[in-house]
Design a protein around this ligand. Structure first.
Ligand SMILES: NC(=O)c1ccc[n+]([C@@H]2O[C@H](COP(=O)([O-])OP(=O)(O)OC[C@H]3O[C@@H](n4cnc5c(N)ncnc54)[C@H](O)[C@@H]3O)[C@@H](O)[C@H]2O)c1
Length: 258
């Protein structure tokens, strides 16, 4: 097995799901869980995690030899740690809106090339990224519309209507925690500048919806995913998807055998 020791950055909904999956895996073990501050991390957040594995210092975490790091914290964290992590291990990053920054995209590519390591893009809250990779050369237009409650988008009042329309690159700069789906589709598909993003606020809803409209040479896709918010930026399906992605990395298998 290639992956025996796994570092996890972030102990929120996704980080905890990944932690449980690695502990269950029988092929790998968790080396550390990096949280933003051992004392300030909420009880709920670290509940169920072996206290001996909790680390609050980035340098302490980076000093531990691991084969894979899973980031589930924030785009700024992924941007800051990616080249350093990739110098000695593979990396799977959930906060992929970080890639909207050209310097981050470049640094990740260079680090992978120089060190023979890999970056894994998990599908996260969306499905079917393989279709975007396969169709990349003949996809002409991609529009993603994300609808959720304004407070979940960072607004103080429960406003209604379109709050942003522009490129996926700009959307990632404005709503880094909410448009990772736009980033993943842009990376898999036709890029951050050609992928169009719309963000809309809908009052009195606990649902988050991503509608994806694609047209290409002789084909069109129109699908949407809806999930109930688990309280923050993550919906009910994503912790399951995160566990599945990490499971497939650990056993180096495709979808059928996972
Ligand atoms: N790819 C996708 O489709 C997708 C879907 C949902 C969420 N996300 C992203 O995944 C990330 C995690 O989501 P979540 O719902 O688990 O978030 P969360 O808010 O539940 O947890 C975030 C965790 O990161 C930790 N953290 C923050 N700053 C840190 C730092 N500097 N060092 C170490 N730890 C730090 C926090 O303490 C917390 O444990 C977010 O960036 C979110 O936007 C991606």
């Amino acid at each position: 097995m290639k992956y025996r020791k796994v570092g996890i950055i972030g102990a929120g909904l996704i980080g905890r799901s990944v932690y449980n999956e690695v502990c269950r895996s029988e092929v790998a073990e968790v080396a550390y869980v990096l949280v933003s501050g051992k004392k300030s991390a909420s009880h709920r957040e670290v509940e169920g995690i072996d206290p001996a594995l909790l680390v609050s210092d980035l340098d302490e975490a980076m000093a531990q030899p691991v084969d894979l790091v899973v980031e589930a914290a924030h785009a700024d964290v992924l941007a800051a740690v990616a080249p350093r992590v990739l110098a000695s291990s593979d990396l799977c990053g959930f906060s992929c809106s970080a890639f909207a920054r050209p310097d981050v995209e470049r640094a990740v590519a260079e680090s992978c090339r120089a060190n023979g390591t890999q970056f894994f893009l998990p599908h996260g809250a969306i499905l079917g990224l393989d279709g975007f990779v396969d169709g990349r050369d003949c996809i002409e237009d991609v529009t993603i519309t994300t609808t959720k409650r304004a407070t979940g988008l960072g607004f103080e009042s429960d406003i209604s209507g379109v709050v942003f329309e522009g490129s996926a690159r700009e959307a990632c700069q404005k709503f880094p925690r909410n448009v990772n789906v736009h980033a993943a589709i842009a990376i898999a598909g036709i890029g951050f500048d050609r992928t169009k993003s719309i963000v809309a606020a809908k009052p009195d809803t606990e649902e988050m919806r991503h509608r994806i409209q694609v047209s290409g040479q002789g084909f069109a896709w129109d699908f949407s995913v809806t999930s109930r918010s688990l309280g923050g930026v993550t919906g009910a399906y994503t912790p399951k998807s995160a566990a599945g992605s990490v499971r497939r990395i650990l056993v180096s298998s495709g979808i059928v055998n996972s």
